[in-house]
Design a protein around this ligand. Structure first.
Ligand code: SGN
Ligand code: CA
Length: 531
């Protein structure tokens, strides 16, 4: 008798435990999946949902239409690897240590993927990460080494290098689709980082889009011929479409005769040589007539500047079309597999980019076009279609936002804030200013070290190192930042308030001149090691 009771109790216990773990399993499964799409150097001006009229990106736009679009999304440090480190850790560069593209990133530190893994998520990192070492926090990784290549790229799959044949953007999408279709564990919520190399320099289009913009003529923005009055640091740039964009390397004028001799011709030849004969045939069929036409014209001065701008836009925007196609494939997959409802999809870039504003390409400066970054987000369960978020959000906020949705406690040392309440249209407090730092100087494109803050209305920038220059902009009256009012007596009180806020934010985030000196030393060391 006693024995029977014992067995009954055991069976009862077994049932309770099984039910409990089944419930837990269900709870875990209810957690939203997350697809975090990031491209490299994708200017918000080149997403049709932002309304600049340059191109059409129906799939990226769809994310915002069925969810939210952020009009004031910013980075904390407008350069690739640091931006990714901020995104992973939710901490400013001077806290996570990856202050520039050169220094090593410590994968041993915490990141949101590790946290989600711990909470039962299956995690994958696919595409460009631009951080050395095996990505940690991911069950599967297949990433480009460094900047990666547009044609026939190498990838590192779980630590092992492989060469792929084809076009990088499509390959990255194929790997992501393969992971979703064949490697995904349907009993777990998932986190997928699907990160494109495009539209990074040197903007090499996919065969099918080589001619996409050939009938269009792109006129540059109104401040293309900026004279940098009152902005001496900006005047020292090395990122001019006219002065610094390489005809052969950037603009594909690799003539067979070798008449066009430029600084980076060799690099262009290397990238051309990577293509197979079929790829080269398509490439040549497109560019050879353009090269011949260009050589026959002998353009100079303003005409040459306008020609360069037009070619830049044609190539840059073509590479984006392939990125948009990939987004479409992923969204379709979610629809077909009944995953749309429970999956958060974010589209963003590692920073913004200049499309001729101030005469530039590249990024780095705290001026709006590179400080700002596109953010679109869909999560049908909590976000209504066509939501517009105009609050100041930063890439610092991704990590805590994802943890918030996954029901994971946000660690106290994370510096960003979850924007879940913003997109759910809930009222409540939100920050009124954001902090920015940039360090990579002396370096490519010659952008001085600087930091600063932005509020809704104003922006204060401090350039330091071998200059000590302050700039203040009234973003309402001067959205293109052409008029530095730092010394304008009418802005004396604004200037004072902004200084106070800058001190407050530096204190809040733990930045200081001492930290800066340390970072400078480490940067110069890393630079020496490279040379
Ligand atoms: C490369 C580019 C630069 C670019 C940096 C950083 N030159 O060095 O134009 O600013 O990357 O870009 S290139 O000759 O290699 O194309 S980042 O996105 O990786 O930060
Ligand atoms: Ca970038």
């Amino acid at each position: 008798m006693k024995k029977i009771v014992k067995v009954q109790v055991l069976i009862y216990l077994f049932i309770v435990i099984s039910l409990f773990s089944a419930c837990q399993q269900k709870e875990v499964l209810k957690k939203p999946n997350i697809i975090f799409i990031m491209s490299d150097d994708h200017a918000y001006q080149a997403i049709s949902a932002y309304g600049h009229g340059l191109n059409n990106t129906p799939n990226i736009d769809r994310i915002g239409k069925e969810g939210a679009i952020f009009t004031h999304g910013y980075v904390t440090n407008s350069i690739c690897a640091p931006s990714r480190a901020v995104m992973l850790t939710g901490k400013h560069s001077f806290v996570n240590g990856k202050v520039d593209n050169l220094q090593e990133y410590d994968w041993g530190q915490d990141n949101f993927a590790k946290q989600l893994q711990g909470a039962g998520y299956q995690t994958a990192m696919i595409g460009k990460i631009h951080i050395n070492g095996l990505p940690q926090g991911f069950d599967y990784s297949n990433v480009l080494p460094g900047q990666g290549q547009y044609y026939n790229p190498e990838f590192i799959e779980n630590g092992i290098e492989k060469k792929y044949h084809g076009y990088c953007t499509q390959i990255t999408t194929d790997i992501a689709m393969d992971w979703l279709t064949n490697k995904r564990d349907e009993d777990k919520p998932f986190l997928l980082l699907y990160h494109q190399k495009a539209p990074h320099r040197t903007w090499m289009p996919e065969k099918k889009y080589l001619k996409l913009f050939e009938d269009k003529n792109f006129a540059p923005p109104a401040n293309f011929f900026d004279n940098y009055e009152n902005r001496p640091v900006a005047a020292n740039h090395e990122m001019g479409v006219f002065e610094h964009m390489d005809l052969v390397y950037d603009l594909k004028m690799l003539d067979e005769e070798g008449d066009i001799k430029t600084k980076y011709r060799k690099n262009a030849q290397y990238m051309y040589n990577r293509m197979d004969s079929t790829q080269r045939r398509a490439w040549d069929a497109h560019y050879k007539p353009i090269i011949a036409d260009f050589k026959s014209k002998g353009l100079k001065g303003k005409d040459l500047a306008l020609w360069k701008y037009d070619r830049y836009m044609k190539d840059y925007l073509s590479t984006i079309q392939s990125v948009d196609d990939g987004v479409g494939e992923v969204l379709d997959y979610l629809d077909k597999n009944n995953l749309t409802e429970n999956t958060i999809v974010i589209y963003t870039s590692d920073q913004g980019f200049y499309l001729g504003e101030h005469g530039w390409f590249d990024k780095r400066f705290m001026y709006e076009e590179s400080f700002r970054t596109p953010i679109l987000m869909r999560y049908p369960k909590e976000i209504e279609g066509n939501t517009v978020i105009d609050k100041l959000v930063q890439n610092l906020d991704f990590a805590p936002t994802f943890l918030d949705y996954a029901g994971v406690k946000i660690p106290n040392d994370i510096q960003g804030e979850s924007f879940r309440k913003l997109v759910a249209n809930e009222s409540g407090e939100w920050r009124d200013a954001i902090y920015y730092t940039y360090y990579e100087y002396p370096g490519e494109h010659n952008v001085q070290r600087h930091n600063g803050i932005r509020t809704d209305r104003y922006k204060l920038i401090h350039f330091y190192y071998d200059s000590d220059t302050w700039e203040l902009y009234d973003m309402e009256k001067d959205p293109k930042e052409m008029n530095n009012v730092y010394n304008d007596p009418n802005y004396a009180s604004v200037q004072k308030d902004m200084h106070t806020k800058l001190v407050e934010l530096r204190l809040k985030y733990g930045d200081s001149d001492e930290k800066d000196q340390e970072n400078l030393k480490r940067f110069l060391n890393a630079k020496n090691l490279r040379h």
